[in-house]
Design a protein around this ligand. Structure first.
Ligand code: HEC
Length: 445
């Protein structure tokens, strides 16, 4: 840098112009004089000024192309490495690595790399962000954003010669030419900005710290609910408290004597397997909640036969055979001897030692002695460690199962305590293929 005035260092020499033609002419002259560190400032884009200034097209596209290709390579490499090299995983017999499957990720990588390179490359090539420029100190320069054009040749240029530059600039019909002094004001950021930056930095740690604390601390308070929408409503959920009612519960018992649609179970024989005969003391009603028990005493006698809604017919028996195959045979065996596949397997792995309870043979004196109503009750509610099937199997099907169990007992030469099945012939037990598992009833109770 050749400085004509060592006393007062200058940033550069500025020429001002009132019209486009003059600034174009001045630009051409500065360009032809071979200066490199200079720029023209105009209030609007001037067509052709790039040529006049000798500005070469930006190399940004090439940089973007390179980075885009890098993204392409990285995307393909990543997928090849993870799928075909590091963790080979055969999916439906497809190739470990195939181009079509990799296109989406590769495409995204190309876009991401290119977009970020474009954005940050543009900033870097323009040397941005640039917080201050000595030109801004010049009063006259301010009109550059309004109705003046300016050219500044910087003293940093290798060929800089203030006198020569001044004459070049003024030669092209300049309105004025002036030196731009070097900005000697403190370059450091003002102290208060340091403070603001420090506080802002500290504040950014708050979310992090909160998240960190949340990982280890417990709290009685509910979480911050930023967007409540319809999450809180003045309604009561099931099994919750509500001080409005004396018993403090939100859920109400049905009003006494009311019956929900389809819930009328006045046929106790059919629904509960209990007899409604004269053995029942007058005024006593079967309570399904206590299963007809009161103080450990059955209030009802079990039904010995079949309810009128499920009479012992060949259809019932056939249905029972099928349902038994679905629900009971796995444990009690196809023939009811307690040797179902589950039982066999349990024996195989010696499960008895772990507290496994063997399914009972349905031919035992015990099983034989149950009345039909009791059997129905066992199918519905289970017995001891056996769970009930009331939830899966409809009442009519439970009676069908009862009938089939009776039939099984009969085939073993035992005398079932029901002789209404006499004379009914059974087809061979269905195989698994005959049984449509999807037939499980939906409204079982
Ligand atoms: C998951 C296996 C399993 C299934 C399925 C199963 N049971 Fe049982 N069942 C048992 C076991 C185990 C016992 C013995 C319970 C005990 O004594 O703790 C038992 C007991 C019984 C008894 C009482 C036997 C007695 O001597 O007191 C009857 C009756 C019975 N089951 C019928 C059925 C019927 C009918 C089905 C089909 C709806 C069925 N079970 C389904 C495992 C099963």
């Amino acid at each position: 840098m050749s400085d004509s005035n060592p006393q007062e260092k200058i940033h550069g020499v500025v020429g001002y112009y009132t019209d486009v033609d003059s600034v174009m002419e001045a630009s051409r002259r500065v360009r032809d004089a071979g200066y490199k560190r200079w720029d023209s400032y105009t209030p609007f884009p001037v067509h052709g000024i790039d040529d006049a200034m000798g500005i070469k097209p930006t190399i940004l596209p090439w940089i973007v192309l390179c980075m885009g290709l890098t993204g392409l390579g990285a995307g393909l490499l990543l997928q090849w490495y993870t799928n075909a090299y590091d963790y080979v995983f055969l999916i439906s017999g497809k190739p470990d690595w195939s181009l079509p499957a990799n296109i989406p990720v590769t495409f995204e990588m190309v876009i991401a790399f290119s977009a970020f390179t474009t954005f940050f490359g543009m900033l870097a090539l323009n040397k941005l962000p640039h917080l201050s420029n000595p030109l801004h100190k010049l009063e006259r320069f301010k009109r550059v954003t309004n109705d003046r054009f300016a050219i500044c040749v910087e003293a940093a240029d290798a060929n800089f010669d203030a006198t020569r530059v001044r004459s070049i600039l003024s030669g092209a019909n300049a309105e004025a030419v002036e030196d731009c002094p070097v900005d000697t004001s403190r370059a450091a950021l003002p102290l208060w900005l340091h403070g603001v930056a420090a506080i802002a930095t500290c504040l950014t740690f708050i979310p992090l710290a909160t998240a960190f604390k949340g990982r280890f601390a417990t709290s009685e308070k509910p979480r911050l609910h930023v967007w409540p929408d319809m999450d809180w409503q003045r309604k009561r959920k099931t099994q919750t408290e509500w001080e409005m009612f004396p018993d403090g519960r939100a859920m109400r018992l049905p009003v006494e004597g009311t019956v929900a649609q389809g819930e009328l179970r006045d046929d106790f024989e059919f629904y509960y397997g209990v007899a409604q005969d004269s053995s029942v003391p007058a005024g006593v009603t079967y309570d399904s909640g206590t299963m007809g028990m009161k103080d450990g005493q059955a209030q009802y006698s079990w039904l010995a036969n079949y309810p009128s809604k499920a009479p012992a017919t060949a259809e019932l028996l056939e249905r029972g055979q099928q349902r038994y195959g679905i629900y009971c045979a796995v444990c009690h065996g196809d023939v009811g001897n307690g040797m179902g596949s589950v039982a066999l397997r349990a024996n195989e792995i010696n499960a008895l030692a772990t507290g496994w309870v063997q399914p009972k043979s349905l031919y035992s004196d015990n099983a034989k002695a149950y009345s039909n109503g009791e059997l129905y009750h066992i199918v519905t509610h289970g017995i001891s460690t056996m769970k009930g099937y009331g939830a899966q199997v409809k009442p009519a099907d439970r009676w069908a199962i009862v009938a089939y169990v009776r039939a099984l007992q009969k085939t073993q030469g035992l005398k079932p305590n029901d002789d209404r099945l006499d004379g009914i012939e059974l087809k061979p037990a269905p195989t698994i293929k005959d049984v449509r598992v999807s037939e499980a009833p939906s409204d079982a109770r």
